[in-house]
Design a protein around this ligand. Structure first.
Ligand code: PFF
Length: 455
């Protein structure tokens, strides 16, 4: 009965767009290119692809199987598929994790709003280059403006979510994901024409297989994981809006391919620009908010208008890609409140907004007035990032793969993965997928998890 009221995505492309919208985000732009460059270029990308196929894809499928089988939120899914057990309590972790992530992710999203406004005002053309780095440090340490931007970012996600699954999430990702690709293509083509651009291309793909060691393998696995938004229930919840006749394997591959394509395009675009301006690449917010503006200021010396336009396109891309990810992170909590606490969607969205807004404000203040407040030596922002990407995501992914591999009936998993035995290709690879979900994924996640704790 409840299922009749649940919304569904409109079709295969809509599903892939929504999932790709979640996957494509800040991680593709500031993490992937740097990691690739640091860890052996094409060799890293090769390991990344292998990790995506053998680790991330099975976890993706485990989440998707739970979501579509139950047509419920993470908590409700566990209760439906393993009634009366403790699994549903464990699933609370996977509701908290995305809320913690979106709290600090939206602070960075907010910074991109400020930088979009700056680029619309052609600020990078008029600021002396030496002041660009201090401009960023000065901005994030202010108490008010970053909070205003964080509020605008989170508020936009909330407005999209209030509109619902079809009219909100689906509509937004249906137009924004293709636009993201067009924008990044324009930026890429331009960046490749810059003098010295090839150095950036080389940095990212020059194969150096001697660099592959355990650290590189862990970095590639962790990145593939983060990039595909695994372990925090977003894929589970989005899959719960997928109808029974869709092919989960196709959704998974479609998402992973879009995500990889975007990471490569963004990587080349960012790194060619960075190298052509003679800047040393780094990872993290510094790459986007310090190095790129410096690049734009350098470009502006010879071509001010083009530099201004490209900077606007860049920050629109960063902002929109962060929004589609933010929406997916908040949806996990919204779905829980609507289905388990019987809240109206608008009220549920506001509740999630209020909670994540508050934590996000504290994260934002941790760059300024609250910088002295430390948890194990980290600021609140760093702590939220650390605990979610090293700890909660891994636990969530472990939970989902153990649930599908050990708790669900094998025949149910088969039924869901092969659509009742009707998908021939899925029938043929079921054994391998089941083996990966049951044994390999939990084992490897355990290793990633321990290394995250120890490193
Ligand atoms: N995949 C996003 C990125 O690469 O930026 C980050 C993310 C979004 C992680 C949604 C987890 C998630 F549930």
């Amino acid at each position: 009965m409840a299922e009749a009221r649940r919304e569904h995505f409109g079709g295969r492309l809509a599903i892939i767009m929504a999932m790709a919208g979640s996957a494509i985000g800040l991680g593709n732009i500031w993490r992937f290119p740097y990691l690739a460059g640091e860890h052996g270029g094409a060799a890293f990308i090769f390991v990344y692809i292998i990790a995506s196929i053998f680790l991330s894809m099975p976890i993706f499928l485990a989440e998707a199987i739970i979501g579509r089988r139950s047509h419920a939120n993470t908590y409700g899914a566990m209760e439906k598929l393993a009634p009366g057990t403790k699994w549903k309590w464990l699933s609370i972790l996977t509701i908290l994790a995305p809320l913690i992530i979106v709290s600090y992710y939206s602070v960075v999203g907010g910074w991109s709003i400020e930088y979009l406004v700056k680029s619309l005002a052609f600020s990078f053309n008029s600021t002396p280059k030496e002041e660009i780095t201090s401009m960023f440090a000065g901005f994030i340490s202010q108490p008010w403006m970053p909070i205003v931007c964080h509020t605008a970012f989170l508020g936009t996600c909330a407005v999209i979510l209030t509109a619902g699954v079809k009219s909100g999430i689906e509509k937004f990702s249906n137009w924004s994901v293709p636009i993201l690709f067009v924008l990044i293509l324009i930026i890429l083509v331009y960046s490749l024409t810059l003098p010295g651009a090839m150095e950036g291309v080389e940095y990212m793909i020059k194969p150096d297989f001697s660099k592959i060691d355990s650290e590189v393998i862990l970095a590639a696995m962790g990145q593939s994981f983060y990039s595909l938004s695994l372990g925090v229930g977003t894929i589970l919840v989005y899959s719960s809006y997928v109808s029974k006749n869709e092919n989960l394997l196709v959704s998974g591959f479609g998402t992973a391919i879009f995500d990889l394509m975007f990471a490569l395009m963004a990587g080349f675009a960012v790194m060619t620009a960075v190298f052509s301006a003679g800047v040393k690449p780094g990872a993290g917010p510094g790459l986007i908010f310090e190095s790129l503006p410096f690049v734009f200021a350098t470009m502006a010396e010879s071509a001010p208008v083009v530099s201004g336009v490209i900077s606007i396109l860049f920050f629109v891309t960063i902002l929109v890609s962060a929004l589609t990810s933010g929406v997916s992170l908040m949806e996990v909590g919204v779905a829980y409140l609507v289905e388990e606490k019987k809240m109206r969607r608008g009220v549920a969205t506001f509740t999630v907004f209020a909670g994540t807004w508050t934590l996000g404000c504290l994260c934002s203040l941790s760059f300024g007035p609250m910088n002295g407040f430390r948890i194990f030596g980290n600021s609140l922002f760093e702590f939220c990032d650390w605990i979610s990407s090293n700890f909660l995501m891994a636990i969530g992914a472990m939970l989902f793969s153990l649930f599908v591999g050990w708790k669900m009936k094998k025949s149910d998993v088969y039924d869901e993965f092969t659509n009742g035995g009707t998908l021939r290709f899925n029938v043929r690879c079921f054994k391998a997928v089941y083996f990966l979900v049951r044994y390999i994924a939990p084992l490897v996640i355990g290793i990633i998890f321990l290394s995250g704790l120890l490193l």
